[in-house]
Design a protein around this ligand. Sequence first.
Ligand SMILES: [Fe+2]
Ligand SMILES: [Fe+2]
Length: 149
Amino acid sequence: MKRTRTLIPLSQDHHHGLLLAALIKKDAPPYKTLPQTTEGKLEYTLKAWENELSIHFKNEEEILFPVVKGKDEEIDGLINGILEEHKEIEKLIVLLKTSENKIDTLDNLGNLLERHIRKEERILFQKIQEIFTEKELENLVGKISRVKK
Ligand SMILES: [Fe+2]
Ligand SMILES: [Fe+2]
């Protein structure tokens, strides 16, 4: 299903999020321009959190979800699960700074982030596009922009 205009910036962010997830999972293949050491990956992840992910979460939580909540039980249930995952992801980010085993913590974060993004893309966004017309979502256009230019 083609992504509706309102959700495109979030889908573009997801693309970046999946790259990050792939980079920090255990035994990730090297990516040319991205860090290859654990310390480098850690720093890259913390920056990505600050400059991209945390803002992306805010866009979902404060702009998108309030508009699509309360119309469909399945969507509401998905959003509740997604909000929990946002908290878990943030906890792992905090843990990264003190973790004794940064390779495992990065791996856990990478796996969770990937699952989370796939759920939003394949299930939540699909469902939103089934339940809401393009017109109903139209007033969100311009309110959500992609976090990485
Ligand atoms: Fe999310
Ligand atoms: Fe997302």
